[in-house]
Design a protein around this ligand. Structure first.
Ligand code: URA
Ligand code: CA
Length: 431
């Protein structure tokens, strides 16, 4: 290991065998954290070649279990987002692309965050559950083209260990390490093809467009070089996506979107990501044709029908789709007034996320309980004009005192007397 650290420190590339040796040794606790942290720092400064990145990704994939989805017919396309606030896309995309025959075998975790994960959100539908066997999961995907199951097995233990180490050694912000970390998890989860939504902007992990582009290219290269067709979209996270931030509220927003009445930004991003998914699954001649098929599925009701079947097949009450008032709802709905008149110039997405978390929409620690009913609905987005006192956000709360949340939201919005352009939603597509 000393030789490998030195080799990387001096700027040379490691072979596939050397990388395998290192990752296996680290996973088995034969290589200590201090050597792995020195190596990570060397990578931070020296970078990795395309071959090294692919080798690192596959070594991490092979460090643990790999999900076998071979029992599912067709090309299994997975979507991954690098994370944002109020990102309702998975709830829309899963039934939407499944309605065109694309198998969506979604494994999802609960995790920490501003709102729950996809599973938590879906559990806002009374009766819906993900406690199904792997066999049932595969059968459901074959039958309905879509199912969701909780994460099981010991996936990419090397990444878990290495990510934790990077977090405390100032080596998270390294493109080869981030790209291999994300891609290893997707590949171990059984994806044949991968569509990536790389977010950029104040509320994203990659604040700069240039960094986001570099990460997108790195991940697309890794995927393609290990035999997984991969495409990426770079999308805006300078403000939350759509209007809703919260679990039941996002389910409602997803239903609206599947009906063709959703927020325009959410709809547009879903059509863009969805058309790549359909194309990569070989269900359309071109990305453009896939987009037309998706629009048709929304307008003829097939997308919504698929959502109902998906929900009821996992024990959920599908009547919520036509009667969304049956979803959990909060005791108090409170308008947050604009502190002044003007045009919305920016909305700090992370602060909006934190406000949702203060209401109880997300988990601060693994043990926290989520309140599925609570959250926020944005009434104004960047570029909208607003009068003083007019609602900018609607709070859905189960607590009487919401002063801290109101303050946080008012601080997250900046309002200017000057005209403001709404931000670009999709900056780049990397194919
Ligand atoms: N997310 C990941 O999963 N891994 C990283 O390294 C960074 C962000
Ligand atoms: Ca949303």
């Amino acid at each position: 290991m000393v030789d490998l650290i030195e080799k990387k420190r001096n700027g040379s590339a490691l072979t596939q065998e050397e990388i395998k040796f290192m990752i296996q040794g680290y996973t088995n606790d034969e290589i200590p954290d201090y050597q792995m942290s020195a190596f990570s720092m060397a990578v931070f400064f020296r970078d990795m070649t395309s071959d090294e990145r692919a080798a690192l990704t596959m070594a991490m994939v092979e460090s643990g279990d790999q999900i076998d989805l071979s029992g599912i017919e067709g090309v299994k396309v997975d979507k991954h987002s690098t994370g944002g606030v109020g990102d309702t896309t998975t709830l829309v995309l899963a039934p939407l692309v499944a309605s065109l025959g694309v198998p969506v075998a979604k494994m999802s975790g609960r995790g920490l965050g501003h709102t729950g994960g996809t599973i938590d959100k879906l559990e806002a539908v009374p009766g819906f559950h993900v406690e199904i066997t792997n066999e049932e999961f595969i059968d459901l995907v074959n039958k309905n083209k879509v199912a969701v199951v909780g994460q099981s097995g010991n996936l990419t233990p090397a990444d878990k260990k290495l990510y934790g180490l990077r977090d405390v050694t100032a080596t998270v912000e390294s493109i080869p390490l981030i790209a291999s970390s994300i891609m290893s998890k997707k590949i171990a989860s059984g994806a044949d093809a991968i569509v990536l939504d790389v977010k950029t902007g104040s509320g994203a992990f990659m604040k700069d467009l240039k960094d986001a582009e570099e990460l997108a290219h790195a991940m697309v290269d890794i995927g393609n070089s290990v035999g997984r067709n991969t495409m990426a979209v770079i999308s805006d996270m300078n403000q939350p996506l759509g209007f809703a931030v919260g679990n039941a509220l996002e389910v409602r927003e997803a239903i609206d979107t599947l009906r063709g009445n959703g927020p325009k930004d959410l709809e547009e991003l879903c059509l863009t990501l969805g058309s790549y998914m359909v194309y990569l699954a070989n269900k359309a001649e071109s990305v453009q044709a896939a987009r037309e098929m998706l629009k048709e599925s929304i307008s003829n009701g097939k997308a919504l029908e698929t959502f109902k079947t998906f929900i009821s097949s996992q024990g959920g009450d599908a009547t919520v789709v036509d009667n969304p008032e049956q979803l959990p709802s909060a005791s108090f709905v409170i308008d947050v007034p604009a502190p002044k008149s003007g045009t919305v110039e920016s909305i700090v997405a992370n602060e909006i996320g934190t406000a949702a978390m203060l209401l109880g929409a997300g988990r601060a620690t693994k043990e926290s309980e989520i309140d599925l009913a609570v959250g926020l609905v944005l009434k104004k987005k960047i570029g909208d004009s607003v009068e003083q006192g007019e609602p900018i956000v609607e709070i859905h709360s189960n607590q009487k005192d919401n002063k801290e949340v109101i303050d946080k939201i008012q601080q997250a919005f900046s309002i200017t007397p000057n005209p403001v352009q709404a931000p670009t939603l999709i900056y780049k597509e990397v194919t």
